[in-house]
Write a protein that binds this ligand. Structure first.
Ligand code: NAP
Ligand code: MG
Length: 393
């Protein structure tokens, strides 16, 4: 008996090992149980290339229309990838395109299982990272500079000398917009309220007295606007310097949302992912101010495993975060449609995954870090099969 899902879910397929896993999850863990209208977009690198990346834009627009999307990891092409896949050009990061189009904020949350102990002894609860996903170095303009040249920053009538080069060097310009920073602050406050967790934010405003300071001030303004809601929910806001935040995070017990500027979020989320166990246990959700959600695993396409797979060797790739991307989307769909049976299926699938890992049946990335006595290392396919056995129960 499959469960009927009222509204569509937008599905974005991807690349390499995660594409292999994607099909396994869909065929074995989702479609046998849910009668769901999946609006499918193939964001595999070949299709992005042959559609001149239009498919990415169409997928983003479909997510905006249907409100819930689930995305497989995708290749962001570089020079090597252009050669490998004979691409027309280095297409931009699909995640970057989708984030910009949905004006979204990315939240990354570790999946906590009892037998995967965090690297930090003090961490007891998940630390969620909210990454501002617009501007800074990700929308930079940069040059290599020859000796004897002068770099200037010109904005309208105003001009400042950046540096007079007496040898070769480099220069970079970054920007941000008040709208985007404000949306980010709003999204973080909404997420903290939704999850009932404290909110931390940090910048380097002692050094960047205009750029970073503007982030600080906008956050404070938005916090002041939601003061009564935050107080009623017992949620506290902490602002500090980024260095201080890093030090405090390491000795905290977790259980808060850490709002990060774009680069800090990129870097710190990878540190937290390995600190909490494995990239295979980190999920990611893009939330837009208009109430649109896109779920995915935080890791990439696991290229090294894919090359083994192509050679016909067995792999042991962790599908947990990809499965949780699906359950995140399914639960959100059920919540928005007000269909509790759909939410319940999402919970059931999550429980099956957690039970599998807690019973000691794990993929290679977890085999050496779990605290369980009897570790049963399994292949990519066997892990999904074990999860399926537990849903059937
Ligand atoms: P990655 O795919 O995240 O993999 C890095 C390493 O982390 C792997 O080689 C593997 O380590 C381990 N790992 C990650 N996920 C795992 C899982 N589910 N199970 C087991 N081990 C896992 O990063 P990458 O190799 O730097 O990037 C590959 C491609 O992914 C790139 O083309 C990049 O553009 C893309 N990417 C996409 C996204 C996205 O779509 N959201 C995000 C990041 C990167 P071992 O090899 O040691 O086993
Ligand atoms: Mg990163």
């Amino acid at each position: 008996m499959s469960i009927f899902v009222k509204s569509p879910i937008v599905e974005l397929d991807g690349d390499e090992m995660t594409r292999v896993i994607w099909a396994l999850i869909k065929d074995q863990l989702i479609l046998p149980y849910l009668e769901v209208d999946l609006k499918y977009f193939d964001l595999g690198i070949k299709n992005r290339d042959s559609t001149d990346d239009r498919v990415t834009i169409e997928a983003a627009d479909a997510i905006a229309k249907y409100k819930v999307g689930v995305k497989c990891a995708t290749i962001t092409p570089n020079v090597e990838r252009v050669k490998e896949y004979q691409l027309k050009k280095e297409w931009p990061s699909p995640n970057g395109t989708i984030r910009a189009r949905l004006d979204g904020t990315v939240f990354r949350k570790p999946i906590v299982v009892s037998n995967v102990l965090p690297q930090m002894r003090s961490w007891k609860k998940p630390i969620v990272i909210g990454r501002h996903a617009y501007g800074d170095i990700y929308k930079n303009v940069e040059f290599s500079v020859a000796s004897g040249q002068t770099a200037e920053l010109v904005v309208g009538e105003n001009k400042k000398i950046i540096y007079v080069f007496d040898g070769p060097g480099i220069v970079q310009a970054v920007h941000n917009t008040e709208d985007s920073i404000r949306s980010f602050a709003k999204a973080c406050i909404a997420f903290a309220l939704f999850e009932k967790i404290d909110l931390w934010f940090a910048t380097k405003d002692t050094i960047s007295k205009i750029y970073h300071a503007r982030f600080r001030d906008i956050f404070q303004e938005e916090i002041d606007l939601r003061k009564s809601d935050l107080e009623a929910a017992g949620i506290k806001y902490f602002y500090m310097l980024i260095d201080d935040a890093v030090a405090r995070v390491m000795r905290s017990e977790g259980g808060f949302l850490w709002a990060c500027m774009n680069y800090d979020g990129d870097v710190m989320s990878d540190m937290l992912a390995s600190g909490f166990g494995s990239l295979g246990l980190m999920t990611s959700v893009l939330v837009s101010p208009s109430g649109v959600f896109e779920f995915e695993a935080a890791h990439g396409t696991v290229q090294r495993h894919y090359y083994k797979h192509l050679k016909g060797e067995t792999t042991s790739t962790n599908s947990t975060a990809s499965i949780f991307a699906w359950t995140g989307a399914i639960k959100k769909r059920g919540e928005l449609d007000m269909t509790p049976e759909v939410v319940a299926f999402g919970n059931r699938l999550e429980k099956a995954v957690v039970e599998t890992i807690e019973s000691g049946i794990v993929t290679g990335d977890l085999a050496s870090i779990i605290s369980t006595q009897n570790v049963v290392p399994v292949t990519t396919q066997e892990f999904i099969h074990e999860v399926k056995k537990r849903i059937e129960k």
